[in-house]
Design a protein around this ligand. Sequence first.
Ligand code: SF4
Length: 420
Amino acid sequence: MDRPLPILTLGVREQRYSCHGCGNCCKDFTVQLRARDLEKLRVQQWEERLGEPVTVEFRGRTWLRQRADGACVFLQEDGKCRIHAEFGFAEKPTACQLFPFVLVPDPTRSRAGLSFACQSVRENKGAALSTHLAELERMSADIPETRRATDTILLADGLHAKSGELACIESVVDMWFSRTDITLRDRWDGFAWLCTSLARAQLKSVRETRFKDLLQLLASALPEELHQLRVEPASKRQLRLLRQGVFARLEDIKISDAISRGRIRTVLAQLWRSSKFSRGKGEIPRVAQGFLHGVRFEVIAASAPLSDSPDANEIDLLLARYARAMVLGGRSWGAGYYGWPAVRGLQALALNVACTAWVARARAASQGRSIALLCDVEDALGRVDRAAGRAPWLGAVGERVRLEYLRLDDGLRRILGASL
Ligand code: SF4
């Protein structure tokens, strides 16, 4: 057997993480089980001891069962995991152990990206990431596909990335989001302009050294170029696409609900909520377990952009750290993002942040505030990132078409400008 790929911990120096036991992931995620997990649960004899099933079959896969409120069946009242408490960390299902790390193989190494769905990751609390390396080595033995080299990665549709092209994108993104002399709004405006420029370019004839030159040239024009390239406010259609993107990221059907309602009623209810989001009028329908309950679309549209927040600097630091972690941790393209080409993955990252900003303003509005604070953005980012690379519909044709429309007419810049 080939030697497993070496693991590369995330190259965002300031990022830290340790689990602080908030239990949010256990109240939220639906955990798919592997054969080895099922064997562990069988040996631990949970079903005999609890007198109820601890797993559920859904659409041909086996999952950890959740309670009616969506929490894992093993979550105790003290917020701790019962498997962990009785048998130890290493006896939990592999996905539970690995979270919030995401191992993403590429042709030469396996990158340890991080999910910002974890509160400690967002708040940047805990130990240096290198201290987790031995545990990552151990856990990855149960998920060998994360240590196996993938084939080549695409730069754009139909174009395999050539030597140094992806490294150049990483370096430009890293530098842009590390700069301290630009504002929150310019930072994301510049990034959206960069992604859109790459998505419009005929990259087939601009490869390797020429691609790197092009990218360096574009980056060196920022942020001054933006002042010559002012954009109009977002159009109604672009705002509709943004709300559709938000819905796709927040939609979260619990397996227990889907089973009890039946497929047809579940799909119909989903279509109704989706079309209400698209129209953007009246009260927001129930999404993500009702966390935006009672807020009206019109109130969100009238709320202040994040740049006006008293926490704008902290929000900027958080979103910039997120962007660097996504790209350097391998979660923006290839095996880390639905097998997508790098350029489209960058566009999706910009849309993720536009959706985060919208959700943050919605959260503030749901609490009677007209301006979002850092806590709103942290919460919103957690909800948006939990779907990134994980919800199958975000890798499907609907999202690709959305990004294609937003490529036209400066769509990404305009929707980012609407919320930031
Ligand atoms: S969300 Fe993060 S900090 Fe909270 S329990 Fe899960 S891994 Fe630990």
